[in-house]
Design a binder for this molecule. Structure first.
Ligand code: CP
Length: 488
């Protein structure tokens, strides 16, 4: 792996390797100077721990830091696109780039477009993978394992990026996860679904902190991410409603397990404190050790990336993907239903979901074709489907891009290629695993949304063709066939 963008890129072995490296560094103060090479540290959003520990880690490894903390005073204020800014730093010879940015998918976008390693120091409310790694290190140091533990994630699970990355990591270990949050700040259902699908275990839900305290090995508290709420009165009212509901105090810990570890990525919010300072002096408070571990873990991550030590999870995509599966042509004479105009030459798209042909007609912009016959048959009887649509286009071919659009609307269709009143080829189109364009990510804070003006081409990973499930390559949002928006 070149980049450290999301936990979902890494294996259990990669994670344990980094934890062991980081613990080794902590115990032995290993420092291997890199002869004054440079690292770029680009923090577009506020940070204390991640920036300072990442920069200290880089300095300890012998790097110099160039970059900025906050975009004030940079050409970002003149409207410079993110990739241009990052390319400048690559051009100045940095060996790696650390980025924190408010748009989800920003680190992935840079990783795809730069040759140097990119480390995600938090991309909007999407993820914070280096934080998850130091969280795991802290748990591992305490319990000497990451398996067999009961771990509760508490607080703002909707906007809190640290818990998103931690949940992705916990997929790889045998843990019982419980989610505790205000109803409006629950973990997105797609994140829960992905966790359960990937590891085959279900998560538990609880309404109050009190009810889970006696059973948990780890309680991971989080701050309400006020800055990511809707702006204006709506956000203010929402925030006030939540205030104080998930406060952990010392007197609540009387019945906890003796080995309980309380974690918090920090900072705490003094306006709406989540862990009362009276917990700090208890043996359960692990959050200051956790913050300190950030230094060693970030040294380990930077070193591992520069040495290209991390293997990464395998992706399913292969250049030899079969995107058109041929079917047998029996006698070549079946050129459309009796209701359909019989083509001399052209394409007949059969077995479309009932009601889908008009949508496909519009998506393929067939209404702009003036010189060819196009026949739409809607809701006709079908032995296979009960009801179906059929679309016939005279004297035409479809591009792969157009075929993908048909697959997105109606994945179960059949294409018949007709020449001189004979079906010469028949088959089904499948979506490629990596789908560039065609869809619009439904996350308004995703870097691929056009109005952010970052010129990031929408890219999706097709997880399943039927039922259709895709996730955004950048912000990781999972979308089903009902949730997708096709880019017309
Ligand atoms: N935990 C964390 O990301 O802290 P900072 O925002 O201070 O970097």
């Amino acid at each position: 792996m070149k980049d450290f963008v999301t936990i979902r890129d890494f294996t259990r072995e990669d994670i344990l390797h980094l934890i062991n490296q980081a613990i080794g560094r902590k115990n032995n103060h290993i420092v291997q100077p890199a002869n004054q090479k440079k690292i770029a540290s680009l923090f577009f959003e506020n940070s204390t721990r991640t920036r300072v520990s990442s920069e200290t880690a880089a300095i300890n490894l012998g790097f110099e830091i160039i970059g900025f903390s906050g975009s004030e005073g940079t050409s970002v204020k003149k409207g410079e696109p993110l990739l241009d800014t990052a390319k400048m730093f690559q051009g100045y010879g940095v060996k790696a780039l650390i980025i924190r940015h408010s748009l989800a998918g920003s680190a992935r976008f840079l990783g795809d477009n730069l040759d140097i390693p990119v480390i995600n120091a938090g991309d909007g409310s999407n993820c914070h993978p280096t934080q998850a790694m130091l969280d795991l290190m802290t748990i591992y140091e305490k319990f000497h394992t990451l398996d067999g533990l009961k771990i509760a994630l508490v607080g703002d699970l909707k906007y809190g990026r640290t818990v998103h990355s931690l949940l992705q990591a916990l997929e790889l270990f045998d843990t019982q996860v419980t989610l505790v949050s205000p109803p409006t700040l629950g973990m997105s259902s797609w994140r829960v679904e992905q966790y359960e699908e990937h590891c085959g275990r279900t998560v538990k839900f609880a309404k109050t902190l009190k009810e889970i305290i006696p059973t948990q090995d780890v309680i991971y508290m989080t701050r309400i991410q006020r800055e990511r709420f809707p702006s204006g009165a709506e956000g203010e009212i929402e925030y006030k409603k939540i205030g104080g509901k998930f406060l952990l105090e010392k007197n609540m810990l009387r019945k906890c397990l003796p080995s309980l570890a309380i974690l918090h990525p920090l900072p705490r919010d003094k306006n709406n404190i989540e862990v009362h300072p009276d917990v700090d002096s208890t043996p359960y408070a692990s959050y200051f050790i956790q913050a300190e571990n950030g230094l060693y873990m970030r040294e380990a991550i930077l070193q591992a990336l520069i040495k290209r030590e991390l293997k990464g999870r395998k992706t399913n995509s292969s250049p030899k993907e079969k995107l058109f599966k041929k079917m047998k042509v029996i006698d070549g004479k079946k050129m459309g239903e009796k209701l359909v105009y019989r083509l001399d030459t052209g394409i007949l798209i059969d077995h479309l979901a009932a009601g889908s042909a008009i949508r496909i007609h519009s998506l393929l912009k067939l209404d702009q074709i003036r010189d060819k016959e196009i026949v739409i048959c809607s809701n006709i009887r079908s032995n296979k489907l009960g009801r179906k649509d059929v679309l016939a286009i005279h004297d035409s071919k479809l591009t792969p891009q157009e075929l993908y659009k048909i697959s997105l609307v109606s994945p179960n269709h059949t294409i018949n290629y007709i020449e001189q009143r004979q079906v010469v080829k028949k088959g089904k189109t499948y979506l490629p695993t990596i789908l560039k364009g065609h869809l619009i990510c439904q996350n308004e804070r995703c870097i691929s949304r056009k109005y952010h003006l970052e010129y990031c081409k929408e890219t999706f990973i097709v997880e399943s063709q039927q039922p259709l499930k895709v996730h955004c390559h950048y912000c990781e949002l999972l979308m089903t066939g009902d949730e997708i928006e096709i880019d017309s």
